[in-house]
Design a protein around this ligand. Structure first.
Ligand code: GLC
Length: 491
């Protein structure tokens, strides 16, 4: 019923406001799942709140923007530090022959993530460049190729090793997989130049070639679904590889050329039907309840939405996850500057109050290690989570979600949390907190997480005022944000 109402609301919303819809992010439209096993898994996943994303591949040796410099689009973040595209691409592909991350130790990463309170991992098994960080039998462009020095390492199939190390910590496993593959000859056919991120021929003009690519993609994903133990999330990137109607394509060109006097288009829109429904059915046969995230592709195969490097400014009434960079870029950046512990904790709190999860990206280096800054940051988050986890995990949003310095969450048992996020430089607990929009029941107890002291509170307006004793202020249970726990509120 809830979903029915929600669909109706969505219909009314988009049906009525199609003209002003530009203000709404396309990716914020959601089609509810119907498979009960998936729904069950999604509900659990929504309770996790915090996960780890890792971008890692031969590109990490150069500290560049993952695969993007071999994409010829005229965008600042894709440009090559090299005049000659052809020569550059060759050098890029040769990175495979020097990739040797001998310090690879996934147990150390899993331990750090677990201590930080992360509950799942999403790892780049293959990024757009097509290099497989797993032992695919459908390509030799992979970490286990004899041309890659790391192939002699007993842990060369890093995807398998990462998945089992994180699974051993009780964490859920997510496979990031890029649908576009810039190495595959049936995606970037060497017969033509490659002007942009898309397939470089018309799949409708060369259906057999396209079909070979569809088979290749299905085969690789089924390898991951079959040979790598239990996988919980299939996180598919490259939203431009999707079925598009002729109407969609026409409208896209019309809009793209409207205010464009030269007629130059940086990236086209092409119908690239990868037969996702069929693939998802096959994948769920071997991984029942698998959560599928066909990113930015409107429809039923996007079980949750993934705003990228941003946090929506309001609560979103469906499953969602912000993927956010903790330091540097998505992939390894020398001398990366990491987010402060305070900012990370406020980020997580803000997202959770709006009903989302935080998928926090850490980029392993070419040697197979994380930078110390990543470990330090995760440790600081972990110290906070140890005290405040009750206010984060297994919570649901509650009005007013965010207000002033407070973020609100609630538990099934009726406990409500008001998490106070101090300003920069405000390092001490205030002597008094005024909570404006949450009324404790008359017999409710109010405590600060990390302490058993029952705090003195009294109603005020639509909320309450609570005094923080000097002893607690001198000895705060944690830093960066403090959570009031209210045993019961007036509905
Ligand atoms: C962006 C980047 C891509 C990266 C992704 C992660 O889309 O272009 O390289 O994998 O973000 O969310």
């Amino acid at each position: 019923m809830r979903y029915l109402l929600f669909s109706l609301a969505l219909f009314l919303f988009f049906g009525t406001f199609t003209v002003s819809a530009q203000a709404i992010y396309e990716d914020e439209r959601y089609v509810p799942e119907t498979d009960p096993q998936v729904l069950e898994k999604l509900a659990k996943w929504q309770d996790f709140k915090f996960g780890l994303l890792m971008h890692w591949g031969p590109y990490s040796q150069w500290g560049i923007v993952e695969s993007w410099s071999i994409c010829a689009e005229d965008e600042g973040w894709c440009r090559r530090p090299h005049e000659d595209y052809i020569a550059y691409k060759k050098e890029y592909e040769n990175l495979k022959t020097t990739f040797n991350p001998v310090k690879f130790n996934p147990e150390k990463w899993a331990q750090a993530a677990h201590n930080a309170g992360m509950k799942y991992v999403v790892f780049t098994t293959k990024h757009h460049d097509g290099f497989c960080m797993f032992d695919s039998k459908y390509t030799d462009y992979k970490i286990t190729s004899v041309e890659c020095p790391f192939h002699t390492n007993s842990r060369a199939n890093v995807t398998k090793e990462i998945f089992s190390a994180f699974r051993d910590k009780g964490m859920w496993i997510g496979a990031y997989f890029s649908k576009p593959d810039w190495k595959n000859e049936n995606y970037w056919w060497p017969n033509f130049a490659t002007p942009d991120r898309n397939v470089n021929y018309d799949p409708e003009a060369y259906p057999e070639r396209w079909e070979a690519f569809v088979q290749f993609t299905h085969n690789q994903i089924m390898e991951l679904m079959t040979d790598y133990g239990s996988v919980d999330i299939l996180w598919l990137d490259g939203g431009w590889v999707a079925k598009k109607s002729p109407e969609f394509i026409n409208k896209w060109y019309h809009d793209a050329l409207k205010n464009n006097t030269s007629g130059f288009i940086k990236a086209q829109i092409i119908n690239q039907d990868i037969r996702m429904d069929e693939l998802v059915d096959k994948a769920r046969e071997v991984q029942p309840g698998l959560i599928v995230v066909d990113r930015a592709v409107y429809g039923k195969n996007q079980n949750y939405l993934t705003p990228e490097n941003r946090v929506p400014d309001h609560i979103l009434p469906y499953p969602w996850e912000s993927c956010i960079i903790s330091g540097g870029g998505w992939s390894y950046t020398p001398d990366a500057v990491y987010m402060s512990g305070r900012d990370a904790i406020h980020l997580l709190t803000d997202i959770v109050a709006k009903g989302g999860n935080l998928l926090y990206n850490v980029a392993p280096g070419p040697d197979g290690e994380w930078q110390q800054g990543a470990y330090d940051l995760l440790e600081e988050i972990g110290a906070w989570i140890k005290v405040n986890g009750d206010a984060i995990y297994e919570t649901k949003p509650i009005k007013p979600y965010r207000q002033g310095k407070f973020a609100y969450t609630q538990k099934k048992n009726g406990n409500v949390y008001a998490i106070y996020m101090p300003d920069k430089g405000e390092t001490q607990l205030p002597s008094q907190m005024v909570v404006e929009s949450c009324k404790p029941a008359s017999n409710a107890t109010v405590t600060l997480l990390g302490s058993n002291v029952k705090l003195n509170w009294k109603p005020q307006g639509n909320g309450f005022v609570v005094n923080i004793p000097a002893s607690l202020r001198r000895n705060p249970p944690c830093q960066h944000a403090w959570a009031l726990k209210i045993s019961e509120v007036v509905k």
